[in-house]
Design a protein around this ligand. Structure first.
Ligand code: SAM
Length: 273
């Protein structure tokens, strides 16, 4: 190679090397300095962080235990995921904004919670959250409504906690407010109910159940006698009254059984009608 071309090549290599050497730490610093702005655009909802007092209250309301796997839908800066991990649970955040995902990972590392946490840069509408025992979210009622069919298909007993926003006609099983919190201070809890709508056979007669989310109505037909049924589901736990008796039990597939007040036990099987 002639000396001039060699000189040009060496200069170019040096320039490129210098540019990379200078720009890489800058990129890293920029990432570390990333500070999200309250109200900044998000894919379907803006970023507003849940106040820490309400994060704590939401996890209390969900009765989160170290055995649980929590997923936060739209996980922002990762605070709910990290708080769940500090309580011993495994926790995962789904967040569309890549900068927030990186910030969450770095926040988790700073808190020593990397091992029990994970964050995915993904669209919550295209994500699988069927493995969760607890779902947390701070979205909008309209988004909760879109997610509702998918949530109702989760395993019975899955606890879903929303900051402030409701789920339409599916009324919350419990609510709580955080003390010392100024905005966005209410948590709502739903427990995914088992599906029991339809006909069941009891030794006493035929039980016809109509299910509206966790609420039950229907009839218990025994000979010529038709008794009204009213009840409620709590995950796979069932409670109903019929003809002055109170039935409490558990549903497992096509069988449900439990105890009765004033006394005795009961068992019902799906009659397939
Ligand atoms: C109100 S913030 C709540 C953040 C966090 N969960 C909390 O409670 O602090 C909503 C978050 O959802 C994210 N988001 C919006 N649309 C999304 C989508 N389709 N998929 C995933 N994340 C989304 C936003 O970027 C934002 O971080």
């Amino acid at each position: 190679m002639n000396p001039t071309r060699l000189l040009i090549r060496m200069s170019l290599t040096l320039c490129l090397g210098l540019t990379l050497a200078c720009s890489l730490p800058q990129a890293k610093a920029a990432q570390q300095d990333y500070q999200p702005q309250v109200g900044q655009e998000g894919k379907d909802v803006v970023w507003v962080p849940t106040p820490q007092a309400l994060v704590d209250r939401m996890l209390d309301l969900a009765k989160l235990t170290p055995k649980d796997f929590l997923i936060d839908l739209g996980s922002g800066d990762g605070r709910t995921v990290i708080t769940a991990a500090k309580r011993g649970a495994r926790a995962h955040g789904i967040e569309y904004n890549p900068d927030l995902v990186e910030l969450s990972k770095s926040n988790a590392a700073k808190e020593g919670m990397s091992a029990r946490t994970s964050f995915a840069k993904a669209d919550l509408f295209e994500s699988d959250f069927s493995q969760a025992d607890v779902i947390t979210m701070f979205l909008l009622s309209s988004i909760n409504l879109k997610l509702r069919p998918k949530i109702l298909d989760l395993k019975p007993g899955t606890r879903v906690v929303s900051n402030t926003f409701d789920m339409g006609e599916w009324k919350a099983d419990a609510t709580a407010t955080a003390a010392g919190c100024e905005n966005w201070c209410t948590a709502l809890l739903w427990i995914v109910p088992v599906k029991v709508e339809g006909a069941w056979r009891l030794p006493q007669g035929e039980l016809l159940l109509k299910q509206t989310f966790q609420m039950l109505s229907g009839t218990l037909k025994s000979g010529n006698n038709t008794m009204q049924v009213n009840g409620k589901l709590n995950g796979d736990q069932i409670n109903f009254t019929a003809g002055g008796n109170q039935y409490t039990g558990r549903v497992a597939g096509s069988t449900m059984e439990g105890t009765m007040k004033p006394g005795g036990s009961w068992k019902a099987t799906r009659s397939g009608k």
